[in-house]
Design a protein around this ligand. Sequence first.
Ligand code: IYR
Length: 224
Amino acid sequence: MNEEKALPLNDFISYDDNTMLEKSLAFFDHIKRRHSVRKFSDKPVAKSVIENAIKAAGRAPNGANHQPWHFCAISSSEVKKQIRDQAEQHEKRFYDGSAGEEWLDALKPLGTDANKPYLETAPWLIAIFSQKKGGLEESDNKQNYYIHESVGIATGFLITALHTAGLATLTHTPKPMSFLSKICKRPDTERAYMLLVVGHPAEDATIPEHAVKKKSLAQICTFM
Ligand code: IYR
């Protein structure tokens, strides 16, 4: 049975062809300037900016509109220190061999290692959780759908919102990430999805040469 109640699409903005082309180019120019940053300044970032970016992430398309995500935004130095300590322990095992040779070889051009000082330097860490169960209402315990797709898109919105506000981010995925659930006191129905490091880049921040090599349109797209 279709129980849809519909509203008019009255906040959608259309553009003429030229404006559309200009806007698509302007957005490409804007998003081209997004780089993963691994050296952050300790300059504070207002909580309201983080709140607005998370509200934007919460607008992502998702399975059955259950919005199967939770964002834990952390600015507490004590909590950041706990996260750094635990992440570095896991990363040390990873870089000391648990990752396997092929994976470690793939990471060499990025120059990453087990030291993660930015987990304490950056003013904000956002731990992103996916919810296996939930629903639209706070009290719901329904099955969620397309959870990884939904949370992945929301994370993309979040990164884009923060970049648009003039902030740098780093997607960090220590392996395993279950310690984040404990530190953030999240329920068993949730899994840690990603840790986003957020702040101003350090003045001497760099980007690996390897990271700016992007596949061409012809490589990533087929028109039919
Ligand atoms: N989580 C580790 C390793 C790592 C893995 C991938 I795939 C990267 O693109 C980058 C790093 C770390 O953060 O160092």
